[in-house]
Design a protein around this ligand. Structure first.
Ligand code: IPM
Ligand code: MG
Length: 358
């Protein structure tokens, strides 16, 4: 097949990790006979510096007409003092909203070779396999009114029935294809928005009698997540709770650098690692490319429907980690590599596993 992929490297470690993921996609294309074309565009601080806008119109337009978008990361200290609409993050938020991406899928698994990499005990993290479904285009991130003055600042947490329903549907459908358990995380003991959230999830659950639904308050869930992570299958939650809980869940996997994400809902999906731009290690060949490479695997699966290709790339990552390869963030890796070398090891593994998946 042919596919047009837009690549948005962004800031910090973004260019380094997307380079490795693109090389993996090229290798998949060659192995399975697909023609992928890649076009790079500006986003984030790089775009602010080049044209004074963290999401230039040309970038959004290019993304709208692509088959999929692969993004690295945005942000950095250089732009911290900029007003909100001139910050790199606002480019990413406008891109998510502009593409209509309301469902952010963040799978969290613990690789057997990395059970000791987490500060949480191996017997607790072992076998963790959950899918966090984070609402991505509503809530506090976008709610109006919002304002800032040195004396008083306002943010608002609105959700409509329809906004809750559409993301909840994604979570229920995913649960159906997994272990059929869904936990919806809210703060319904305090927030009106959460009361509505809970009501809508309960109503929808009537359509999914095969899925067991639980509700949890976000504070207690934050504790359960590290105390008994194996118990959770699909986790559904609003935008800010999902942002926080997914970073917490990354501790289980052993490193924030390992986790991918897919943002769905519109006509074009966005695929990006959950980590940030990591300015402290940027440009030094230290970043872990695995989160971005696994995001590329999600792109193959969700955007292009290439299931065997996605499985092959994931199997290559699995094999690489199983053999003890890693980057500096993975304590206990027996072979420590830089970003580029780690990507190369994964592509070598791809040649080995590739044939089993063809
Ligand atoms: C994430 C990031 C972003 C978010 C930032 C960079 C705006 O933390 O993707 O989790 O808050 O959504
Ligand atoms: Mg985050």
């Amino acid at each position: 097949m042919e596919a047009r992929i837009v690549v948005l490297p962004g800031d910090g470690v973004g260019p380094e990790v997307t380079r490795e993921a693109v090389a993996c996609l090229q290798a998949i294309g060659e192995a399975f006979g697909h023609r992928f074309s890649f076009r790079e565009a500006l986003i984030g601080g790089a775009a602010v510096d080049a044209c004074g806008d963290p999401l230039p119109e040309a970038t959004l337009e290019l993304c709208r007409t692509a088959d999929a978008v692969l993004l690295g990361a945005v942000g950095g200290p250089a732009w911290d003092k900029h007003p909100r609409d001139q910050r790199p993050e606002s480019g990413l938020l406008r891109l998510r909203q502009g593409l209509g991406l309301y469902a952010n899928l963040r799978p969290v698994t613990v690789h057997p070779a990395l059970e000791d990499a987490s500060p949480v005990r191996p017997e607790i993290v072992r076998g963790t396999d959950m899918m966090i479904v984070r609402e991505l285009s509503g809530g506090l991130y976008f709610g109006e009114p919002r304002s800032f003055s040195p004396e008083r600042a306002v943010n608002t947490l609105p959700y409509s029935r329809e906004e809750i329903l559409r993301v909840a549907r994604v979570a229920f459908d995913l649960a159906r294809g997994r272990r059929k358990k869904l936990v919806s995380v809210d703060k319904a003991n305090v927030l009106e928005t959460s009361r509505l959230w809970r009501m809508v999830v309960d109503e929808l659950s009537a359509e999914y009698p095969d899925v067991a639904v639980q509700h949890a308050y976000v504070d207690s869930f934050a504790m359960s997540l590290v105390a008994r992570p194996r118990d959770f299958d699909v986790v559904l939650t609003e935008n800010l709770f999902g942002d926080i809980l997914s970073d917490e869940a990354a501790v289980l996997a052993g490193s924030l650098g390992l986790l991918p994400s897919a943002s769905l809902g519109g006509t074009v999906g966005l695929y990006e690692p959950i980590h940030g731009s990591a300015p402290d290690i940027a440009g030094r060949d230290l970043a872990n490319p695995v989160g971005t490479i696994l995001s590329a695997a999600m792109l193959l699966r969700h955007a292009l429907g290439l299931l065997r290709e996605a499985a092959a790339l994931e199997a290559a990552v699995d094999r690489t980690l199983a053999e003890g390869h890693g980057t500096q963030d993975l304590k206990g890796a027996t072979h420590s590599h830089g970003t580029a070398a780690m990507g190369a090891v994964i592509r070598t593994a791809l040649e080995l596993v590739g044939t089993e998946h063809r």
